[in-house]
Each structure stands twice: as C-alpha cells, then as structure tokens.
Design a protein around this ligand. Structure first.
Ligand code: SAH
Length: 186
C-alpha cells in the first residue's frame, strides 16, 4: 500500500486529502476507494504473483495499481470502466505511476470480458444485487470472485466453486457506488 502514490490518482482539490483513509470524489459521480477497503479486498482475494485478474470498475486506477503490484511477476490485470472519460484518466494515472501494463478497457464490465478469460480472480468495485452471470462464467475452476453484493448496506461477498456447489462467504458490510450496465442496478 505504501508503494502506490495515491495522490497520483486524484485531481485538485482532493490531492491534499490523498492520505486520508476514505473514499474521495473522482468526477462523474464516482469515487476512489478508501485504502483500507483496497487492502481488505486484496487480502480477501489472496492475490499472488502470476494470477490473471479482471477488475470491474477502474475508476481512478488506484485499486488497479495496488493489484498490479501484488500479481507481479507474471500476472495480468484487465480492468473495465463504464465511463470512457474515467477510463482515459485512469490510463494516464497508471502510466504516471509506472503501471502501464494494466489493460484498461472502456466497456460494460457487467457483461464480462471474454478476451482475457478464464480469470483466476475477478472483483467488482461497484455494488450489484448478485454476481453478474457473465462474470461467473469467466471465472477459472479454482477462481475467486469478490464484490459488494445486495442492497443497503451491501455485503462484501467472496464466492468460489467447490465441485458442483457455489459457495458465497459474507465478509461484512461495505459501501460502494452502484454497478451500471446490463446486469447493474439500473
Ligand atoms: N477501484 C476504483 C473505484 C472506482 S468506483 C478506484 O480505486 O478508484 C467504481 C467504478 O465502477 C466507477 O468508476 C464506475 O463508473 C464503475 N462502474 C460502474 N458500473 C460499471 C460497469 N458496468 N462496468 C464497468 N465499470 C463500472
């Protein structure tokens, strides 16, 4: 967490608050995640070098930068952002931070991203009522998917397959912006 300069992912006047442990506005009604939530999610996803990871909700690119470091060497991170302008800013923020290997795609991530599938890890940084089926389909057999699921408050939920069974674990309350797009909250 110390290695990723969070101020690189914020614009004035919020840069001066970069080291406060809370979400901050990044424009288009969206927010950069709080550092503690990025840490909790990285831990819950059991990130390690070499994993193929899909992020839904690039936002500023901050969370992506942390993930990219944790899966080096050999890992691959594809990140999807619904708002094209945010995707462009995130690419620039990541480049400035030396994380140009992250592939940022401007698209509806609720529909998945087959080009890079299957993924060892998939995570959402926006709230859905359930894990979007296209994302579940793109998860590798031993994979983990993580994200805020449900109404108010959402629950940080981690899921995986165990044979024929789908297992979901509740990791506690959390607050994120809504998932948009085809399988979003509307
Ligand atoms: N991880 C980001 C947090 C961004 S907030 C960071 O650290 O800055 C969640 C983001 O999800 C927003 O930018 C929002 O535009 C995006 N989002 C919402 N619905 C989406 C969808 N269907 N596909 C991709 N991105 C989506």
């Amino acid at each position: 967490m110390r290695a990723v300069p969070r101020e690189n992912f914020l614009a004035d006047p919020y840069r001066r608050d970069a080291y406060q442990d809370r979400p901050l506005p990044i424009g288009h009604g969206q927010t950069i995640s709080a550092p503690h939530m990025v840490a909790i999610m990285s831990d819950a996803l059991r990130l390690e070098p070499g994993l193929n990871v899909l992020e839904v909700g690039t936002g500023s690119g901050y969370h992506a930068a942390v993930t990219a470091r944790l899966i080096r060497p050999g890992g691959r991170l594809t990140s999807i952002e619904y708002v094209p302008q945010l995707a462009a800013v995130a690419r620039e923020n990541l480049r400035r931070s030396g994380e140009s290997s992250v592939e940022v795609v401007a698209a509806d991530g609720s529909r998945g991203w087959p080009a890079g599938a299957p993924y060892d890890r998939i995570y959402l940084t926006c709230t859905a009522m359930r894990f979007p089926p296209p994302l579940v389909d793109e998860l590798a057999p031993d994979g983990l998917i993580l994200g805020p699921i449900g109404g108010e408050p959402a629950r940080l939920t981690r899921a995986h397959r165990a044979g024929e069974t789908w297992i979901e674990e509740d990791l506690g309350a959390c607050a994120f912006v809504p998932l948009r797009g085809q399988y979003g909250l509307g």
